[in-house]
Design a protein around this ligand. Sequence first.
Ligand SMILES: [Zn+2]
Length: 512
Amino acid sequence: MAIRYIRNDPGIAPVMETVRSPLPNRVGSVAKLKMSAAPPEQVFPRNDDPGFVYWQCREASLLALSVWEHIDRPLPRWQSQSRVLALHHDHPAGLEASYDRSALAFSRWDDSRGTLTFPGASTDAVAHEVGHAVLDAVRPEFWHSYFSEVAAFHEAFADCLALLVSLFDDEVRRALVANAPAPQQALDTANPLATIAESVAQAFQVSWDPKHPNTRARSANNQLQWVLPVTLPPTAPAGHLSQEPHSFGQIFTGCFYDTVNNIYKSLPAQDEAALFSAAETAGRLLAVAAGNAAPEKRFFRGAGAHMILADNDQNGGANHLAIRDAFGAHGVALGSSTTLAPTMALAGPPPTVTSEVASSRGLSAKTRSDLCKRIGVPSRTRITLEPMRIGATRLAKAQFQRDVRLSGIHRKLRGVVARSIDAVQLGAHGKRCAVLGHLSDGTDSEEEISAFVEGLIGAGALILGSRKQAARARRPGPDPKPSHAVRKIGSKKRVTRVRFSCLPPGLRWTRS
Ligand SMILES: [Zn+2]
């Protein structure tokens, strides 16, 4: 039997579709997705038929997983350590796409003018959510980071995976090269592959104020320039950059897209096969960077530098300029040679981390005490060490948590903290322990974290209104679901992430 599958997104004209057998189920010791009972395998002609949405969502999610495993390695488990993650292709009414560690969920939106939109029918939107789940399985600590660039990278990584799903599709590549003015310009001009979830943007255009940021689909093919995130507004009208992670993440997605393009142009010939090769190379570098870069406030720079280090390792540095120029075009200067350079010696010997498992032991009392002083945390702070090898350098990633008081931001945040993950790279310098790369004393981190939380409030992603408002936001239905909430954890009240909510509400704009 066969099903109808729409490549990329149903909002593209002309739509790129095919009729084919569905992908086989994932078997063996790998992460899997659990959907509701399957409708019959058949060619559902309508995009708003839940039967079509089921097969489309299944196909897109399996493709996204296979692309990730092609550029990285088989994904054994989800963040929960379970092999199974629920996938709801047709959740209750709303315009939502989310990942909350227990499920990937896509709602349906009835614009009351006779059009039903299913984000679960968009290959882009589905691959984006799978991207969040994959990155959460690989780097669970990012969930608790309150640095704008780490939150934005989560969104960018998800968009990059959506982009790669399209670039790994032979038919999409053939069309892209054939429709370009010249083969070497395949990625230069506006193209549907670079634009994320056009159909969802179209649904917003019908139902919301035209200034709502979601009325314009995000594009990886952009000229956006990096600025310090604290200088941006919490949210901004369509087409303008803001601190909101999906918006700010476009800068990193732009850097990645330009990396693919620069690698493509550096190959001996430009055709569909070269485009695949460039996407595969850049994808593999992104996978290493996503796995290695520390969750620090200048994360875009760190991840880009790790792409260069990975390229030295995998390709002898053949793509160094392609990566450097791509990030430079967006104002992200990469000092890859300083990423692992010793910046200061700590009192005490280097860590002894030999096991592949993270451990809280391995730091001498002297090294530990000096490190806590310099990073500005109490001396009893738990520090977890994880061994890493980057090229020829062996090092230990030291991770710790930092409580940032939020009382000054809002009266309802009196006594509330944000517990953010921070990390330092440690290595040996002679007989002493040395900090490799950047070290923050915490004061600048506090400013960034406070600005991030203010941004959440401004964008409606953290609701501090009445209990009624908060309860309404929790109910299934058309009200937008916030990404963060205040929860009592242990003895402290904390702002904590509850989900990646991928069609952010944007409080300033109303439904039309
Ligand atoms: Zn997202």
